[in-house]
Design a protein around this ligand. Structure first.
Ligand SMILES: Nc1ncnc2c1ncn2[C@@H]1O[C@H](COP(=O)(O)OP(=O)(O)OP(=O)(O)O)[C@@H](O)[C@H]1O
Length: 233
């Protein structure tokens, strides 16, 4: 369980996040929206243990939070398979087990045939799938995605969203996904929160007008991004 009670974050002498309340239980999937600079990445870093709150109550019972960035950040001088194996070895996994798990997760993201390729030989979508395989192989109980599909075209964003959804269903990891694209969040998360001038507003996808299509929910989220006042605190 991740619990924030009245959490504020100051950075560079400025209050970035102001009095945020948030709860995330094991297996829950939360989308985080907000305009640029609203503090989304700072909240993810807090959940990853890379930042501490300046004020407020904070509890994080997730044992293995893992942050995935917008760029795949693969080591260009190591083959794709090694890119997945290296963090596993660093986490204490034996060589045989690391090789087995790397192979298995590369298969699951559809990169079995590219395991011996160099990162430079992959397309942007393939590289991001390799980054997802590397993340899931580490078996996080809390996955923190910071705009993971933003650099990709809409078709690839949708297909990587599907890959991610199916991997989450297999592992039952909790998720916080930051995105500027409501359409990529709908279907991936159970609820969304919108950071607006440091404060959090809720948007429960399941509770909101049952029967709404995905497109309608995405449109409502889009409207909330532009006019955050329509959402409840
Ligand atoms: N290391 C830092 N030192 C000082 N200020 C910082 C630091 N990192 C971020 N900030 C500031 O904190 C604010 C929030 O940044 P953050 O990256 O959390 O926002 P964001 O919503 O994720 O933005 P974006 O969507 O553009 O990635 C910004 O005004 C940023 O300039």
């Amino acid at each position: 369980m991740l619990e924030l009670r009245g959490v504020s974050i100051d950075r560079g002498g400025r209050r970035i996040v102001d009095g945020v309340d948030l709860q995330l239980r094991p297996g829950e999937h939360l989308g985080l929206l907000g305009v640029s600079g609203s503090g989304k990445s700072s909240l993810l870093k807090l959940a990853a243990g890379l930042l501490v709150p300046s004020q407020g109550g904070y509890r994080n019972d997730f044992a293995h939070p893992l942050l995935v960035f917008q760029e795949p950040r693969l080591l260009p001088w190591r083959r794709v398979r090694a890119n997945v194996e290296i963090p596993l070895r660093a986490a204490g996994c034996g060589a045989t087990e690391a090789r087995r798990r790397a192979g298995e997760w590369l298969e699951r993201v559809g990169l079995g045939a590219q395991a011996d390729a160099w990162p430079g030989q992959l397309s942007g979508g393939m590289a991001q799938r390799a980054a997802l395989a590397r993340a899931f192989a580490l078996e996080p109980d809390l996955l923190l995605l910071d705009e993971p599909f933003s650099a990709l075209d809409p078709g690839l964003r949708a297909s990587l969203g599907e890959v991610c959804r199916s991997l989450l269903a297999q592992t039952r990891a909790a998720l916080i996904c930051v995105s500027h694209h409501p359409d990529e969040l709908v279907g991936l998360v159970d609820r969304c929160a919108l950071l607006d001038a440091g404060s959090l507003r809720r948007f429960d996808i399941d509770d909101r007008r049952p029967g709404q299509s995905r497109d309608q929910v995405a449109a409502a989220l889009h409207a909330a991004l532009v006019h955050p006042g329509v959402l409840s605190r």
